[in-house]
Design a protein around this ligand. Structure first.
Ligand code: B12
Length: 210
């Protein structure tokens, strides 16, 4: 791995917000691609954080600091990703479901969807089914995208699907779900589409609007 990517990953791990900004800028000045900076630097660092968190060697405040550093880096590459395609392929309403506060993956998906020409309305984290339905009514999106990172919050996606059916909205909006504990099987069971990461999320969104 290039030195600069390793430095970015280390800075995410250490939650160094200011250092991240300088390093990401340096990488861009050196001609590195935004996608590589995200995957090989920012997310590689977050992966290490995830391992420490799981092992009980890092705690919530430190993980949040790393998340803030990751976000600071993403903000710098974001405008470059959005430059690629200015066409409007469709509208997406995106949320993290009720009970779940994780939003880093959601933000990354949104960045790449916007870069891929979609208009995205982020209705937040910890969003109850009734508010998701209200968001769909208000914005009339082509796609509703939902994220869940906890096995205990996956079920909330099924509740949203039921609420959409009850309101007769299921035939009007395509639903796409994702997040680490999910898989294709789960998505099929609740009647939604699934993709596993931010890159395939854009492919799936393209497929759903075509
Ligand atoms: C950061 C983090 C936190 C932060 C969140 C900060 C934030 N603003 O998001 C904080 C510290 C708040 C946190 C809290 C908790 N967390 Co946490 N957290 C993580 C951690 C370390 C990283 C997640 C992350 O951001 N990854 C980076 C992003 C880019 O990846 P991603 O989220 O997976 O998203 C990608 C894909 O999943 C996909 N995707 C995501 N959403 C969607 C949506 C669609 C539509 C599509 C198509 C794709 C898609 O694309 C994304 C980009 O490629 C993970 C560990 C891990 N390895 O995942 C644990 C983890 C998710 N957390 C966990 C737990 C247990 C908790 C807590 C319960 C801990 C506690 N005891 O308090 C709380 C719960 C709080 C709550 N109610 O939500 C567990 C979940 C276990 C489980 N299976 O249920 C994990 C797996 C850690 C572990 N191994 O124990 N956490």
């Amino acid at each position: 791995m290039a030195r600069i990517f390793r430095d970015i990953a280390d800075a995410v791990e250490d939650g160094e917000v200011e250092e991240i900004k300088e390093l990401v800028q340096e990488a861009l000045d050196d001609g590195e691609q935004p996608q590589d900076i995200i995957n090989e630097g920012l997310l590689a660092g977050m992966e290490v954080v995830g391992k420490y968190f799981k092992a009980g060697e890092m705690f919530v405040p430190e993980v949040l600091q790393s998340a803030a550093a990751l976000d600071a880096g993403m903000q710098i590459v974001k405008p470059l990703l959005a430059q690629g395609d200015v066409s409007n392929k469709g509208k997406v309403v995106f949320c993290t479901v009720k009970g779940d506060l994780h939003d880093i993956g959601k933000k990354l998906c949104i960045m790449l969807l916007e870069g891929g020409g979609f208009e995205v309305i982020d209705i937040g984290i910890d969003v109850p089914a009734a508010d998701v339905v209200a968001g769909v009514k208000e914005h009339a999106p082509d796609i509703l995208a939902m994220s869940a990172m906890l096995t205990t919050t996956m079920g909330a996606m099924g509740e949203v699907m039921e609420a959409l059916r009850a309101e007769g909205l299921d035939s009007k909006v395509k639903v796409m779900v994702g997040g680490a504990p999910l898989d294709q099987n789960f998505a099929e069971k609740i009647g939604a589409s699934y993709s596993e990461d931010a890159v395939t999320c854009v492919d799936k969104a393209n497929e759903l609007v075509s």
